[in-house]
Design a protein around this ligand. Structure first.
Ligand SMILES: *Cc1c(COP(=O)(O)O)cnc(C)c1O
Length: 468
C-alpha cells in the first residue's frame, strides 16, 4: 500500500527527469517566461483539500516550464555553476529517500561515516594537510563562516579571550586584510560580527593577485590586533591565484590567520597540470571550497577545512543531555553550523567514486581548455576584445562599439547589447561583470557535459549576436 503510493509518483518523476535531461540540449538555456508568468502559473490557491501526489508533480513540471535555466547542460557559462554527475544526482535522490538527519552518528550512522571518508578524500584531492578538520556545509559562503569562526576562536584564545563565552563586545578589534574578494566573504564577516568596516582592501595586480609588498606593509602597520588575511584561489573574473608560497609565510610571521577562498580554484590542485598555481596553499590555516561548482555535485554542497581542528571544534561543537554522542564516530554537529541537516556528503561520495582521481583531473583540465578556447576565439573575433585569458576555467571578453571616437561608455553599451542578444536566442548562457571599470562578458566553464561541439555552437551564437 505504502509502496504503491510511492511507486506511481516516483516512476512518474523519473520519467519527467529523464525527459528533462534528454531535451536539455534543444531547450533554451535562458528563461523564456518572466516573473509575472511564473507567478501566474505557480500560484494555485492554498486549497483546503489536498491534491493527488502524481498531479502535484505533473503540475509542478508544467508550471515551471520556461523558468528553469539550462544550467544542468553543457552550454551554460554563467556565474560559476556546475551540473550534476549521474552518480551524484542519483545519490542525491537516495539521500532524500533515506531522509536521515545527518547531525550525529546516532541519527544517521552510515552518512556520518560517508562524510568522515569523504573528508579524507577531499583533503587528498585538494592537497590539504591530512590533519585538517572539515565540515560539509551549504556552500562556500557558509564554509567561510565556519572557517572564520574557528579563526575568531583561535586568535582571541591566544589573547586570553574566550569568545565562545564572552562574545565580541570588549574583545580586541579584528583586522581583516584582503585583495580581490568575492562578496560571500563580506557576508560571512558580517554574520560573525567582525564588521565590514574592519576589512582593509589591499591593492592587487591585473590578475587580481595580492602583492606581497602591500600585504607586508599592512601587516606591519599594526602587529597587535588579531588579524585575518584572506587569500584567493581562483578569482571570479580572471581565475587568478594569490601567490600563496610568498604570502602565507609573511602573514604567519606576524601571527595572522590565513583563510583561502577556493570556491572553485582549489580544485586546480586535483590536476597535475594546474597544481603549480596553488603552490604553498597547504600552509594556510583554513580553506573554503564548493562541491556544487567544479565537482558537479547537485546544490547545495560546500566544504570547510581548518588546520587547527581544536579551534574549529571549539567554535562549533555542541553537547546537550538528550543527544547521543559516540566518542569514536564523526558527529557532524561538532563541526557544522547547522543542527538538523541532510546527508550532504552522500552525493560527494558518489561523485568522487564515479570520477576517481584521474576523472577529476580530466574534468578540471577539459573545462579549463574549453574556457581558454572560448575566451581566445571570441576575443579574436572582429569587434570583440580579449580582456582576461582563462588561467583556469574563467576568463573575460568584451565587445567594441564600431564607430569613430567611440568611448568606454559605448563599448560598455555594445557589450550589454551583444550579451542581451545572446541570452535572447537562448543557445548559450554567459553572464556579465564589471572588471577594472569595463563591462565584460564572463566565460565560466564548470559543467562536466560541455563538449567541443558545445564550444563551437557557443562561438557561433556569439558571432550571430554580433552580426558578423
Ligand atoms: C561562488 C563563489 C563563492 C560563494 O560560494 P557559494 O557556494 O555560493 O556560497 C565564494 N567565492 C568564490 C570565488 C565563488 O566563486
Amino acid at each position: 500500500m505504502v509502496t504503491s503510493d510511492y511507486r506511481t509518483v516516483l516512476e512518474q518523476t523519473l520519467a519527467h527527469a529523464l525527459n528533462y535531461l534528454k531535451n536539455l540540449d534543444q531547450t533554451p538555456v535562458s528563461a523564456t517566461v518572466d516573473l509575472k508568468d511564473l507567478r501566474r502559473s505557480l500560484s494555485h490557491p492554498l486549497a483546503v483539500g489536498g491534491v493527488d501526489a502524481v498531479q502535484v508533480i505533473n503540475d509542478l513540471v508544467a508550471d515551471v516550464e520556461g523558468g528553469i535555466l539550462g544550467s544542468a547542460g553543457g552550454r551554460f557559462f554563467g556565474w560559476v555553476i556546475g551540473g550534476s554527475l549521474p552518480a551524484a544526482l542519483a545519490a542525491d535522490w537516495l539521500t532524500s529517500t533515506w531522509d536521515q538527519n545527518a547531525a550525529l552518528y546516532a541519527c544517521g550512522p552510515a552518512e556520518a561515516v560517508i562524510e568522515e571518508i569523504c573528508g579524507q578524500w577531499l583533503k587528498e584531492l585538494l592537497g590539504l594537510p591530512v590533519i585538517a578538520s572539515f565540515a560539509f556545509v551549504t556552500g562556500c559562503q557558509m564554509a567561510h563562516a565556519t572557517c572564520l569562526a574557528a579563526a575568531r576562536n583561535a586568535l582571541l584564545n591566544k589573547r586570553g579571550w574566550d569568545v565562545e563565552r564572552k562574545g565580541l563586545a570588549d574583545a580586541p578589534q579584528f583586522r581583516i586584510l584582503c585583495g580581490q574578494q568575492h562578496g560571500s566573504i563580506e557576508r560571512a564577516i558580517r554574520l560573525l560580527g567582525f564588521g565590514s568596516d574592519h576589512v582593509i582592501d589591499l591593492p592587487t595586480n591585473n590578475l587580481g593577485r595580492l602583492e606581497a609588498s602591500a600585504l607586508a606593509t599592512a601587516l606591519w602597520e599594526d602587529r597587535h590586533s588579531p588579524t585575518i588575511v584572506l587569500l584567493q584561489a581562483g578569482d571570479i573574473n580572471t581565475g587568478g591565484f594569490d601567490p600563496f608560497a610568498e604570502l602565507v609565510p609573511l602573514a604567519h610571521a606576524s601571527g595572522a590567520w590565513v583563510h583561502v577562498d577556493g570556491a572553485f580554484g582549489l580544485w586546480a590542485n586535483a590536476s597535475p597540470k594546474y597544481k603549480h598555481l596553488l603552490k604553498g596553499v597547504e600552509q594556510a590555516d583554513s580553506w573554503a571550497t564548493d562541491g556544487h561548482k567544479w565537482l558537479n555535485v547537485p546544490y547545495d554542497c560546500g566544504y570547510a577545512f581548518v588546520a587547527d581542528g581544536a579551534a574549529h571544534r571549539a567554535s562549533m561543537s555542541h553537547r546537550a543531555s538528550y543527544l547521543t554522542h559516540d566518542s569514536d564516530a564523526y558527529d557532524q554537529i561538532d563541526w557544522n553550523p547547522e543542527w538538523s541537516r541532510r546527508g550532504r556528503g552522500v552525493p560527494t561520495y558518489a561523485a568522487i567514486r564515479q570520477l576517481g582521481k584521474q576523472g577529476i583531473a580530466d574534468l578540471i583540465e577539459r573545462t579549463s581548455r574549453h574556457a581558454r578556447t572560448l575566451v581566445g576565439r571570441i576575443g579574436a573575433l572582429r569587434g570583440a576584445e580579449l580582456v582576461s585569458e582563462a588561467q583556469i576555467n574563467q576568463g573575460l571578453v568584451r565587445f567594441i562599439a564600431d564607430k569613430t571616437g567611440a568611448t568606454e561608455v559605448d563599448h560598455d553599451l555594445r557589450t550589454e547589447e551583444v550579451m542581451a542578444k545572446i541570452l535572447q536566442k537562448g543557445e548559450v548562457f554567459f553572464g556579465g561583470t564589471t572588471w577594472r571599470g569595463k563591462r565584460c562578458m564572463r566565460v565560466s566553464v564548470c559543467n562536466w557535459q560541455t563538449t567541443n561541439e558545445d564550444v563551437e555552437q557557443a562561438i557561433n551564437a556569439v558571432r550571430k549576436a554580433m552580426d558578423i
